[in-house]
Write a protein that binds this ligand. Structure first.
Ligand SMILES: NC(=O)c1ccc[n+]([C@@H]2O[C@H](COP(=O)([O-])OP(=O)(O)OC[C@H]3O[C@@H](n4cnc5c(N)ncnc54)[C@H](O)[C@@H]3O)[C@@H](O)[C@H]2O)c1
Length: 434
């Protein structure tokens, strides 16, 4: 099938490359000429494991191309996916739909022949109706359908998630559009990924409900971790004890510094706003968002406490800046709040991240950036592990001890064992563990 992907970011580029790998003829469009130039030179503008090879292979086989010309890419397409950003709208937390609506207007101007327009961006309930209205108004005679197909991939494991999804959700009541979507995803459901066809509004809401539920699980275990610290229990054992119950499940029960990233913070907020507008407020999610918001600075204070109550004039080493490992995505990363809290309290911060430093630098200009974990620890008064990159899981503890001026380690991801760290001479603080 001839597929066009509008937006060549984390979702659009991965989805486009994977569709091409299934055998479809895919063109990715982005309005950012620097991004398209880089892709046409064979450079991948983001860090996502395996993406570079997948893109190169499909470009070589002439199934994947890149352009800034939306018109060229849309006019012959059978399906046009919208995968542009839907960040929080400044000021009120609603999803900013201006990029989606602009894409809809641009598509309308270039449509020819029956085309399925698919919203892959995460959008509030009713956005599909508005996209349809925009296109219909501009092109009353055009033959098209607007479908919702939310994306559930995780950065860092995006290709595997896209190629082996737990489910594919397709929101449409139009049989012709449903057939086109089924054809596009055929390679996947032959591999037995369940394909759920729902109403368009149901599909839109399913994405937000999924993210809100996962954010709730994380926030729940974080609060249990705080309680563990007060009563002398171990949150990892509690998480295992509840997670082995199939009704609960063990995933997303890792206590830590609070959720961040390009999806959970903005999507919980957008769902709260939609629910309020429809007079069906989601009190649980409102609480989750508020608790998580406060947690990030609280983690900064945890570091200050571990340093004896003051970090003024001290140097704090921070390992990991991205919101999770295996991505360079810094959007709403907990490191931003934690580092700002430490700087507000008078600390100098030195940081190292394997892939995120070029993105972090403009966001955290006052930070000193290190070459590696040991360079980061050099002469520091404490070391904080914020992101659990594999490279930080088996550090040479003797070397680390020697590098630090004071052997204080605050492990916000619980990747080291408290007994071993203490035996090695560290003052060790983790999350929800004695
Ligand atoms: N990042 C994730 O892990 C993830 C996972 C699931 C769903 N989503 C959702 O997918 C959507 C995209 O997220 P992302 O992380 O890929 O965003 P992104 O910012 O990485 O990519 C969006 C791209 O769209 C381009 N763009 C914007 N308007 C355009 C237009 N009119 N024409 C052409 N290109 C245009 C931008 O230049 C940018 O390159 C969001 O709604 C997000 O919530 C993201």
């Amino acid at each position: 099938m001839r597929v066009t992907m509008i937006g060549a970011g984390y979702v659009g580029l991965v989805s486009g490359a994977c569709f091409a790998d299934f055998g479809h003829d895919v063109c990715c469009v982005d309005k950012d000429p620097a991004k398209i130039d880089a892709l046409n030179r064979g450079e991948i503008p983001i860090f996502e494991p395996g993406l570079s090879d997948l893109v190169a292979k499909n470009v070589r086989d002439a199934r994947l191309s890149f352009t800034t010309s939306l018109h060229e890419a849309v006019k012959d397409a059978e399906a046009v996916f919208i995968a542009v950003g839907t960040p929080s709208r400044r000021g009120d937390g609603h999803a900013d739909l201006s990029y989606v609506y602009q894409a809809a207007r641009d598509i309308a101007a270039s449509l020819s022949g029956y085309t399925v327009i698919v919203t892959k961006s995460t959008v509030p309930v009713g956005t599909g109706d508005e996209v349809e209205r925009i296109i219909r108004e501009a092109r009353p005679e055009a033959e098209f359908a607007v479908v919702s197909n939310p994306e559930f991939l995780r950065e860092g494991a995006a290709i595997a998630d896209f190629k082996r999804p737990d489910r594919i959700v397709i929101g449409t009541e139009d049989e012709r559009a449903s057939n086109v979507m089924t054809e596009i995803y055929r390679p996947l459901y032959l591999n037995s990924s369940p394909l759920l066809v729902t109403s368009r509004r149901t599909a839109e809401l399913t994405k937000y409900a999924a993210n809100a539920f996962l954010a709730t699980k994380i926030t729940f275990i974080n609060e249990i971790a705080d309680l563990c610290e007060q009563v002398g229990a171990n949150v990892q054992d509690v998480a295992r004890g509840i997670g082995l119950d199939n009704r609960i499940g063990g995933k997303f029960l890792h206590a830590g510094p609070g959720y961040g990233g390009s999806c959970f913070p903005k999507d919980t907020l957008a769902l709260i706003k939609t629910a309020q507008d429809f007079e069906a407020p989601t009190r649980i999610i409102e609480t989750v968002a508020a608790v998580n918001d406060q947690r990030k600075r609280a983690m900064g204070r945890k570091v200050i406490t571990a340093c004896g109550g003051s970090v003024r004039g001290k140097t704090i080493a921070v390992l990991g800046l991205t919101f999770k490992p295996n991505t360079d995505d810094m959007r709403d990363a907990p490191s931003l709040d934690i580092i700002t809290t430490l700087q507000d309290a008078g600390a100098s911060v030195r940081a190292y991240d394997p892939e995120g430093m070029h993105v972090a630098k403009p966001m955290l200009p006052e930070v000193d950036y290190a070459r590696d974990a040991y360079d980061c620890a050099r002469g520091a008064d404490a070391l904080v592990i914020v992101t659990e990159w594999d490279a930080f899981r088996a550090l040479d503890l003797g070397r680390l001890h020697n590098a630090l001026a004071h052997p204080v380690v605050v492990d916000l991801r619980n990747i080291y064992r408290p007994d071993e760290m203490r035996r090695r001479g560290f003052t060790y603080v983790s999350v929800g563990r004695p």
